[in-house]
Design a protein around this ligand. Structure first.
Ligand code: NI
Length: 195
């Protein structure tokens, strides 16, 4: 089931997600992950965190294979389809690099964000197996962006004061639903689902 994506301004995006209880029946979790993938593909994104569909949980998913189809240098992203359950970033390394990011909860805004090029993350995968993996470059960036979501942080919070001031109006418009998007969104001020 495609779920509406929560727009900027909703308090769920500012809240740190709760850890997921992996004891007992987790069929609801498999369903949620299925819903999140449907929602991600429908919106043509590369990553989606549970708070973005209104669930305040430590969970995010990625799939950047569409990127890999577009450009040759994105080929390493081909197999970057993963569900990250109860993840913990245990290490970040390397000299910060800048790259333009966007977010499905903040349509129409793209800005350069500085992040470490290397990340090591421990998490449970979809089969509830404990993983400890290193990612680099764009994959690391996607992990960091989505991980931020489950900590209640949006990429716009990494911007400098000038940039923040420049996008303030646009952010307000998004929170009020004054934005064109081609996927379903839920806006905080109106509680209205568009499309
Ligand atoms: Ni995002």
């Amino acid at each position: 089931m495609i779920r509406p994506i929560v727009a900027y301004g909703d308090p769920v995006l500012k809240r740190a997600g709760d850890p997921i209880d992996l004891e007992g029946d987790t069929s609801w979790l498999q369903e949620l992950i299925d819903d999140m993938y449907e929602t991600l593909y429908n919106a043509h994104g590369v990553g989606l965190a549970a708070p973005q569909v209104g669930e305040s949980l430590r969970l995010f998913i990625t799939d950047a294979s569409a990127y890999a189809d577009q450009e040759e240098e994105m080929e390493p992203l081909r197999d970057f389809k993963e569900a990250f359950i109860n993840p913990e970033i245990v290490e970040e390394d390397g000299e910060d690099w800048s790259f333009e990011e966007g977010c499905l909860s903040i349509p129409g805004i793209r800005e350069e964000v500085d992040r470490s090029p290397l990340v090591r993350i421990r998490y449970y995968d979809r089969d509830l197996q404990l993983q400890d993996k290193r990612y680099q470059g764009l994959a690391a960036r996607i992990v960091q962006h989505e991980y931020d979501h489950i900590e209640g942080t949006l990429f716009t919070e990494h911007l400098g004061p000038l940039k923040k001031r420049l996008i303030k109006r646009k952010l307000k418009d998004i929170s009020e639903g004054k934005v064109d998007v081609d996927y379903r969104m839920r806006f905080p001020s109106t509680k209205k689902v568009k499309r």
